[in-house]
Write a protein that binds this ligand. Sequence first.
Ligand code: PAF
Length: 266
Amino acid sequence: MGFVPTMGNLHRGHMSLVRLATERADRTVVSIFVNPTQFGEGEDLDDYPRTPRKDLRKLQEAGVDAAFLPAPREIYPDSFSTWVDVKGLTEGLCGRYRPGHFRGVTTVCAVLFGIVRPHFAVFGRKDAQQLAVIRRMTTDLRMGIEVVAGPLVREPDGLAISSRNGYLSPEQRRQAAAISRGLRRAAEMAAAGSRDAAALEGAVREAVAGQDKLRLQYVSLVDPETMEPMSMLDRTGLLAAAVYAGDTRLIDNVMIEPAPKRKNGR
Ligand code: PAF
């Protein structure tokens, strides 16, 4: 049994995760639950787009066997008292700016895993820190659930697909493509031999700084498993960024490989 947990408003990104699950599994379950505990104060819990009818139609067309749309009380009854908190790798990147966010994510996923009891669960690579945190949780708690990474799907101009893209004004939407341009530029610099984290991060800083509607929250080169900052690209790294366009927070990332070392000092 394969499982894809979502918060609904299903787009091409989600559907690629669903496809991955249906291809691998005999039975696929998708949950749609806008999880209140992973939203901070002042975040978009109330405004988060909810489109259950459309979502269910898409899931049916995709050959999903069951959709699970619990009410908040079903997940969090009054007696609910257990929280799952993964230390360390939740502290940097998004964790630094969204206190309690990952605790909400790991807790709801633990509950959903307990209800659905899948053999594997699919998480997208766009939320790279979430993916690493969930992997850590399933490993540490011996949940016996394989965590499968799904692709990061982009719009034709490179913008990572997200439900939150719907909040963007046309001008913000146009400028938001600069985020992935910066990440791509950093990957090209790495391929050409650049190893200095500050220089690679600088490519994203520069791309975003050129857009008056965007504000960089962070860009950081980290180890893809531990989320520890890397000062040099001496192995595969994850370059991750969070950017505000008005009140809308967008995240994106790219895996970066160091260029092979040249022989004979040339
Ligand atoms: O990635 C998401 O949509 C959510 O964080 C998840 C994994 C469904 C938990 O609420």
